[in-house]
Design a protein. Structure first.
Length: 82
């Protein structure tokens, strides 16, 4: 499995609703509200990276009040958990 991070921009006032819907995505791990250009940082674990685009399109972009995403692929993890 590979970790994928997705930065999400929502319509004002809808961050919690969007986060709750993203939590229903089958490969969802966790989500954080963040400051800056985006509203949420979402962590997904995917088995098949080749289908990531379709997953983002069908399961994430279809969520109401979601404006924009920026997906970050990961390659290698360093360090342990704290």
């Amino acid at each position: 499995m590979r970790a994928v991070f997705v930065l999400v921009k929502t319509e004002p006032g809808h961050t919690t609703a969007v986060a709750n819907r993203i939590a229903e995505v089958e490969c969802f791990s966790e989500a954080y509200s963040i400051s800056g250009q985006y509203d949420l940082l979402v962590k997904l674990y995917v088995d098949d990276i080749d289908n990531l685009g379709r997953l983002i399109e069908t399961q994430v972009h279809s969520i109401p009040h979601l404006r924009e995403t920026f997906t970050i692929l990961t390659f290698e993890a360093f360090g342990g958990q704290r």
